[in-house]
Design a protein around this ligand. Structure first.
Ligand code: UD1
Length: 437
């Protein structure tokens, strides 16, 4: 599939964000810990969610997505192995390891594959599970983990990894005694996961701070839970409005989760008004002024919006420097942006972006999720027609992206790429199998 975009139409109107991908994926994994049924609402329709549902089904969990409600019943949980095909497709599948260990005492998972946004080790996950008493062996691309009962411990994370914090928080809910996770990540999605688990009977304190304390309990029971709004989707639409010189209200958000983005857009001279659950971005008649951006763990500027903000800098007045501190090698979208006329020079983890008054439509290829969104944003601002191939990467993380942009006034059509084009995209960048953002 490809998106055919005719640029330079102002975006105006209102868009509502969906539930957060990065909250719902760990919550789906966490449902394994709970007896009975969990009913999760505000679930976005995304390829990654469908993959997570397949992982659950492969473990014997009855998982049904009806509209935006996902019903997970673990009554038939009988598998402890997540198939290679699914872990390869989505790195977050690996998060079932801890819950399976805690609930069944055993887990067998394929090593998450290489991915398009730099090497993403899982050492912190494994070290933490070992600290909780798991025996872990890796051979032939498989991780075998076992433990008769996990036992709480004090775990210091060398880096505040989102996935490792979530993984260890989940595993320790059913451990004996107290677990303390230090230098924990503080992302809102971690708080959402803790809220789900606490409602199910867990005892987690301090989620959203650097120290998370988990008192082990004997049993969790499935509950109803509503997923928080997707701050990355919201931020993408906010940046889209700024790139396309539009005026867009982004609804259904938690403004507090968007502080870093709001601050950057205001610094770039874009008007942003905050209401209780919406943000109004007004860039009509304004060209953004170049800013410097450094990605950081929350509450810093999110790495998942690094590519979209690069599209903004590419059309801004002046030069800005982007420093990507979270992931190595997260600049794979740069060459494609250059094809549209962007002036970007990458040196290691920094990128110097010299703003151009105009970008030009071109055929480009998405090779990862957020990089793909950035190409669409750049195409909205570019003169002429762009074709963005590799839409399946964008579909992993944005529900109704093109339909929403079309409703805001963009000229954007989804068309089937001819087979030779599809082949050309899948051969790019080593593929992004296992890319886990
Ligand atoms: C999550 C998000 C992703 C986001 C990222 C950072 C989900 C499903 N994905 O990914 O969208 O970009 O947070 O905000 O929630 N690291 C290690 N060892 C480990 C684990 C991580 O060195 O065991 C490193 C990674 O290579 C990376 C950094 O830590 O450089 C951050 O990764 P992490 O916070 O774990 O990201 P994910 O949980 O994979």
């Amino acid at each position: 599939m490809k998106l055919v975009i005719k640029g330079r139409r102002p975006l105006t109107g209102s868009v509502k964000v969906h539930g957060a991908k990065n909250a719902v994926l760990p919550i789906i994994a966490a449902s394994i810990l709970c007896h009975g049924e969990s009913v999760i609402s505000q679930v976005p329709h995304l390829e990654d969610v469908y993959t997570a549902v397949e992982v659950m089904a492969s473990l014997g969990v009855d998982a049904r997505l009806k509209g935006s409600t996902l019903i997970l019943n673990t009554g038939g949980l009988d598998g402890f192995e997540a198939p290679y095909e699914l872990v390869r497709r989505m790195r977050a599948s690996f998060l079932v390891t801890g819950p399976l260990l805690a609930r069944l005492g055993h887990a067998r998972i394929s090593l998450p594959g290489g991915c398009a946004i730099g090497t993403r080790p899982i050492d912190l996950h494994l070290k933490g599970l070992e600290a909780l008493g798991a025996r872990i062996r890796t051979n032939h691309g498989l991780i075998e983990a076992s433990a008769s009962r996990l036992v709480g411990d004090r775990i210091y994370l060398d880096y505040p990894s989102v996935g490792a914090t979530e993984h260890l928080m989940m595993a320790s809910t059913l451990a004996e005694g107290t677990t303390i996770i230090e230098n924990a990540a503080e992302e809102p999605e971690i708080v959402d996961l803790a809220n789900y688990l606490n409602a199910a009977g867990a005892s987690i304190h301090g989620a959203g701070t650097k120290v998370v304390r988990v008192e082990g309990v004997n049993r969790l029971q499935g509950v109803r839970h509503q997923v928080i709004p997707d701050r990355i989707e919201a931020g993408t639409y906010m940046i889209a409005a700024a790139v396309a010189a539009g005026r867009v209200e982004v609804r259904g958000v938690v403004p507090d989760h968007l502080k870093a983005i709001t601050a950057k857009l205001r610094e770039a001279g874009i008007q942003v008004e905050e209401a209780e659950s919406s943000m109004l971005v007004d860039a009509i008649g304004r060209r953004p002024v170049a800013v410097n951006v450094k990605t950081m763990p929350y509450p810093g500027f999110p790495t998942d919006l690094q590519a979209p903000i690069m599209a903004l800098l590419a059309v801004s007045d002046g030069s800005g420097v982007i420093a990507e501190t979270v992931f190595e090698n997260r600049y794979i979208h740069v060459d494609e942006l250059k094809r549209m006329g962007a002036d970007i020079r990458v040196d290691g983890r920094t990128a110097l972006v010299r703003g151009k008054r105009m970008l030009y439509g071109a055929p480009v290829s998405a090779t990862d999720l957020r990089g793909g969104a950035a190409l669409v944003l750049a195409a909205l601002a570019a003169a002429g027609v762009s074709e963005v191939r590799g839409v399946e990467h964008i579909d992993r993380g944005y529900d109704s992206f093109d339909a929403n942009l079309r409703r805001l006034g963009a000229s954007i059509r989804r068309v089937r790429a001819v087979p030779a084009e599809e082949k050309a995209v899948s051969g790019l960048g080593g593929g992004s199998a296992g890319s886990g953002d």
